[in-house]
Design a protein around this ligand. Structure first.
Ligand code: UT7
Length: 374
């Protein structure tokens, strides 16, 4: 039996840091005290100058390749979990695949909103376990700042932008041991962005505020505190583990009160729970891979550890997963690896420019031939 093992990881957040006071300065009826005490959030990052989500994703994925000392051409599949793609089509994963120079890889976006990264990990693990893929890049990246209504204090203070990635490789040792995914579309209206889809477009309502995220926060709060614990319990049991054998719980970073309540329900002590919602806010599909990267850099992940990842969000959707960590944490990246990767990225850019011009030449010749034929 093959297992999917995380062998590389990386994260990227925009440079622009927004503290809670920035919202007060914008004239919003809020305060640092309210935001910090009700959510645990102190600051978040927002993209600037139209930086697309694929750009954050590429940077996180490049780091994951670097840690794994892997080549872009090793990748069989790129799965990008996002609900804020660069454009409706093609998938943002295609841009990422192309920019990485992952010439052998298939690529697609997966939209399960904030639950997307764990959904994507579960999907990638199934590909590896079935033997259909050997190496899969899984990325969670979102820019919900591009959908926030700056007049709505109940939503705009909660979210941030970012990306995180892991490289999965087939291994004889576990690995991802169990996973569960769930959906309850009856709660679709609790957290949504209505614009950009066929419904809004065919109604002629593509704009008019439909691009804004809306949320019934307290209802999501009540549902999430229960669902996180339920989903975690399910995968712990499926892995034949007990709660005592869990070394680290990495939940979706939406609200510290949700995380604490879920940990209490599970009976997990504080030292086994990871949270960085204070620094990044809710980065949607990026929240778990960013938390994972920070847990690793804070020496909270060790070979043999049992980790639980749980996520929830719009859909309503949720997912949970158990990982037995199997990769030693490298103390440093070999000196030549960044140089090699930077060269490979440049080669990918030249290849891209060449292919584009080849296409343009072919199109011109085709047009000429068609005209001559007329
Ligand atoms: O990825 C999944 C995404 N979503 C979530 O996980 C969100 C889950 N929900 C939550 O995290 C919480 O429900 C919120 C943080 C959104 C809200 O916290 P709450 O403790 O549930 O507050 P509330 O909505 O019950 O509001 C309490 C009061 C209200 O005022 P009134 O009606 O009592 O006068 C709100 O209008 O707090 C007010 N309020 C604020 N006050 C200052 C709401 N947002 C703010 C704000 N600043 N930013």
């Amino acid at each position: 039996m093959k297992f999917a093992q995380i062998v590389g990881w990386g994260m990227h957040v925009p440079d622009k840091v927004i503290g809670n006071d920035a919202f007060v300065q914008m004239g919003l009826d809020t305060s640092h005290e309210w935001i910090a005490s009700r959510t645990g959030i102190h600051e978040r990052r927002f993209v600037e100058n139209g930086q697309p989500v694929s750009d954050l994703a590429v940077k996180a994925a490049q780091q994951a390749l670097q840690v794994a000392d892997a080549h872009p051409s090793d990748i069989d599949l790129v799965i990008l979990a996002t609900c804020t793609p660069d454009q409706v089509m093609p998938s943002s994963a295609s841009f990422v695949q192309h920019r990485l120079g992952a010439t052998k890889a298939g690529a697609f976006d997966l939209n399960a909103a904030c639950a997307g990264f764990v959904y994507a990990l579960s999907t990638a693990a199934a590909q590896i376990e079935s033997g259909r893929a050997e190496t899969v890049m899984v990325i969670g990246a979102d820019e919900l700042s591009t959908h926030l209504n700056w007049q709505d204090r109940t939503t705009c203070v909660l979210f941030g932008d970012g990306a995180g990635a892991v490289l999965l490789r087939a291994s004889d040792e576990p690995g991802i041991m169990a996973s569960t995914t769930g959906s309850d579309g009856s709660g679709a209206g609790l957290l949504e962005i209505r614009g950009g889809g066929t419904l809004a477009n065919s109604n002629g309502h593509a704009s008019n505020g439909n691009a804004f995220l809306t949320m019934k926060g307290p209802q999501i709060f009540r549902w999430a505190t229960q669902k996180l614990g339920e989903a975690a319990t399910k995968v712990i049991e499926e892995s034949d583990l007990t709660v005592d054998q869990v070394d680290l719980f990495v939940p979706h970073q939406a609200n510290l009160r949700i995380i604490d309540a879920a940990a209490r329900r599970l009976g997990l002590p504080e030292e086994k729970v990871f949270s960085n919602v204070d620094t990044y806010g809710n980065t949607s599909a990026a929240s778990i891979p960013i938390a994972l990267c920070e847990a690793i850099s804070q020496d909270r992940v060790h070979v043999g550890d049992n980790m639980i990842l749980t996520s929830f969000g719009s859909g309503l959707s949720w997912a949970a997963l158990v990982i037995r960590w199997g990769t030693p944490i490298p103390s440093s990246v070999p000196r030549w690896t960044p140089i090699r990767l930077s060269l490979e990225t440049r080669v990918a850019a030249v290849r891209s420019a060449f292919k584009k011009s080849q296409r343009a030449v072919r199109a011109t010749i085709g047009e000429r031939l068609n005209k001559d034929g007329d």
